[in-house]
Design a binder for this molecule. Structure first.
Ligand code: SAH
Length: 397
């Protein structure tokens, strides 16, 4: 079960931040720019400041990235915008599962392909959106609309090497630029159905968002800025393997408003270190300490992700230990039946086991949900599509 040769364990893992924010701000792509970056750019071009609002409207409200179609801008400005609006993302494959889940394979260059998943929330069915708080009713979309959660990627590949995860198999290829993270949201919005509204975002696709903090945080600022996509901070969840400094930075920079999901997957250090190498550096006691200090607003909870692996972490004793480890923390627990991965002998726990595990924790006083598999028929588990489909043979529908 060991994945050896993990460079990440040799040095401070968080010093290995995969840098990708464009070096020269002047050449930064339109989707990587905050309104203040636009102001500066327009000023340097001798343009009036109000043009920023017009451009942002085209980009985020109309999802228009061709300057020539921005008809209320003077032709000279349209031309000067060309270098910042070069095509960024190409949708290579769209796979639709029978449950309405849509998985998009998006390429940024010939080497970099990531996946995004649109997941319609099924109203009042057992699937608890792991990322939606119970107190959301006040701003529910109208009855006829279906709320959709989008799962995006932050890196191509991953350095964390968790043994059950496809994304890390080939290691980390590169971190995505802020504009590439934002592009996933804009592009995916084009695949919503007329009755659907994108309300929630989870950074739970490929990669470890907190191993790529700067670009991730920049993308989050753009996505939530009122003049850009205006998404709600509290409807965004960052999922992490548990990088301590990253969690602290996220809490500080966003005042705890961004939802936090932690991939725990084991209730003690011995087991966790066997499947999640980073645990050898950041043992559970330290991780729990940082979670206790996360500046969570009242009534919000941290999501604990726990993938049930047959005969490994799914016994009553494990449930008991998990209850102990989490005692006193404001959490909800999401149990995830493991998605089988190629080349691994790890098996998913039986549904009876999962139900027993849930019942134990519920009796122990925890909100504990079983995350129903979504999009199984399109290989929707993390990393499965990006690494197991050939772009040349793929067809979009
Ligand atoms: N690096 C981040 C986010 C990406 S993975 C993190 O570790 O949280 C998103 C979630 O999918 C994590 O909880 C991860 O542990 C889980 N996951 C990965 N492979 C899986 C598999 N084969 N079966 C079930 N869950 C899996």
């Amino acid at each position: 079960m060991n994945r050896s040769s993990l460079p990440i364990l040799g040095v401070d893992p968080e010093s290995l931040e995969t840098s990708s924010v464009a070096a020269g701000a002047e050449s930064m792509h339109a989707l990587g720019r905050l309104p203040e970056d636009w102001q500066k750019l327009l000023e340097s071009l001798g343009e009036r400041p109000y043009r920023a609002k017009q451009i942002l409207n085209w980009v985020y409200q109309q999802r228009e990235l061709e300057p020539q179609k921005m008809t209320n801008l003077p032709p000279s400005l349209r031309e000067r915008l060309e270098p910042f609006m070069q095509p960024l993302a190409q949708v290579e494959v769209v796979k639709r599962a029978s449950d309405g889940t849509r998985k998009l394979l998006i390429s940024f260059d010939e080497k970099t392909r990531v996946e995004c998943v649109l997941i319609p929330m099924i109203p009042k069915v057992s699937w608890d959106s792991p990322f939606t708080e119970m107190d959301d009713e006040d701003d529910e979309p109208s009855e006829k609309q279906t709320r959709v959660t989008l799962c995006v990627s932050t890196q191509f590949g991953c350095a964390m090497g968790c043994v059950f995860c496809e994304s890390g198999r080939a290691g980390l290829k590169r971190g995505l630029k802020a504009e590439e993270i934002v592009a996933q949201v804009l592009v995916s919005k084009g695949y919503l159905e007329p009755n659907e509204v994108l309300t929630n975002l989870v950074l739970m696709g490929m990669g470890e968002p907190l191993h790529h903090y700067d670009a991730t945080a920049r993308a989050l600022r753009i996505l939530t800025h009122p003049e850009c996509l205006s998404m709600s901070l509290r409807r965004i969840t960052v999922s992490t393997v548990g990088l301590l400094r990253g969690i602290e930075r996220l809490g500080k920079d966003f005042g705890g408003k961004i939802g936090l999901a932690v991939s725990l997957h084991a209730p003690n250090d011995e087991l966790r270190s066997r499947i999640i190498p980073i645990n050898r550096r950041y043992p559970l006691s330290q991780l729990m300490g940082v979670l206790r200090r996360y500046p969570l607003p009242r009534r919000r909870r941290i999501t604990i992700e726990y993938t049930l692996i047959a005969g490994f972490n799914d016994g009553f004793e494990h449930a008991r230990q998990l209850g102990q480890v989490l005692r006193g923390l404001p959490v909800k627990i999401n149990l995830i039946p493991m998605n089988p991965v190629q080349g691994s002998d790890l098996q998913a726990s039986s549904s009876e086991r999962v139900a027993d595990f849930q019942e134990y924790l519920a009796r122990d006083g925890y909100s504990c949900f079983i995350r129903t598999r979504r999009g199984d028929d399109v290989a929707a588990a993390c990393g499965q599509l990006a690494f197991h489909s050939e772009p040349s043979s793929a067809s979009a529908d």
